[in-house]
Design a protein around this ligand. Structure first.
Ligand code: MG
Ligand code: MG
Length: 265
């Protein structure tokens, strides 16, 4: 059952989402060669608690960390380790917050030092996939329209769209109905209407769409070892239109907007 939110509930969700945004903005200043994901994880937990929230992932499904950090061929669900990031890496940082009874869940893929142009292109297209998916999250459309927009843009660039992991409803639970796949058919799936709150999160691979899980029971990697990118926003449908509750602005204030003139932040 989809739990549609009231205006008041959406405001609480916005606070949780923006605390994740601020956490990612704080981390944006720290991501660099030599820094370990575990260092970032500690800073994120401290920051979230200082701001009056609780880490949203920690302890949920036995998750051991505040962040999920997925480097290069890791798609999502990487557990932070003390292995330092290296020049040329990309790292998806996915962060959750629980505050005021609601979850925020939001992710950005960062470049570490100098990253190859073809990998930067993957990030740019994945970001565009997110924005194109969000545009379709409006009254009169169905969930399949979101995935169709994401999938079309990714496959137009020859990229693989991960199918095993999907976006999701968001609220008092981290994962609520409906599932929001990054592929789909126009006009198919549940109807979109006011009060719907979802996390939209394209996971796009440079090569094959196929993925596998590592023996740690968490980390998802591409089957061919090529890089993967992941961007996630929290979105509410208000007055029939998508409203992005989270924001990449705190990140862009630190590193600039690498996607400027491409799409709206
Ligand atoms: Mg997430
Ligand atoms: Mg999510």
């Amino acid at each position: 059952m989809i739990r549609y939110k009231t205006e008041q509930q959406i405001e609480l969700m916005r606070k949780s989402a923006l605390l994740v945004s601020d956490t990612l903005g704080m981390l944006a200043g720290l991501v660099a060669p030599g820094v370990s994901p575990l260092d970032l994880d500690k800073k994120a937990e401290e920051f979230i608690r200082d701001m009056g929230g609780a880490p949203g992932f920690l302890g949920l499904y036995n998750c051991p960390s505040t962040l999920l950090t997925s480097v290069n061929e890791q798609v999502v669900h990487g557990i932070p380790t003390d292995k330092p990031l290296q020049d040329g890496d990309i790292v998806s940082i996915d962060c959750g917050v629980f505050m005021g009874g609601y979850y925020g869940d939001h992710a950005f893929t960062f470049t570490v030092g100098e990253v190859e142009a073809k990998i930067r292109k993957l990030l740019e297209v994945t970001y565009e996939c997110l924005m194109k998916g969000i545009e379709q999250c409006k009254e009169g459309n169905r969930i399949g329209d979101i995935g169709h927009a994401v999938e079309t843009h990714a496959t137009d660039h020859g990229y693989g769209v991960v199918r095993e992991l999907v976006g999701h409803g968001l609220g008092t639970q981290l994962h609520e109905e409906p599932q929001v796949p990054n592929f789909g058919r126009q006009g198919k799936g549940k109807k979109i209407k006011d009060g719907l709150t979802v996390a939209i999160e394209p996971m796009i691979n440079m090569g094959t769409h196929r993925v596998k899980q590592l023996a740690d029971g968490w980390t998802i990697v591409t089957a061919d070892g090529l890089p993967s990118a992941h961007f996630e926003h929290d979105v509410a449908v208000v007055n029939g239109a998508p409203e992005i509750l989270s924001s990449f602005e705190p990140i862009f204030e630190v590193i600039g907007n690498p996607f400027e003139n491409k799409s709206e932040a």
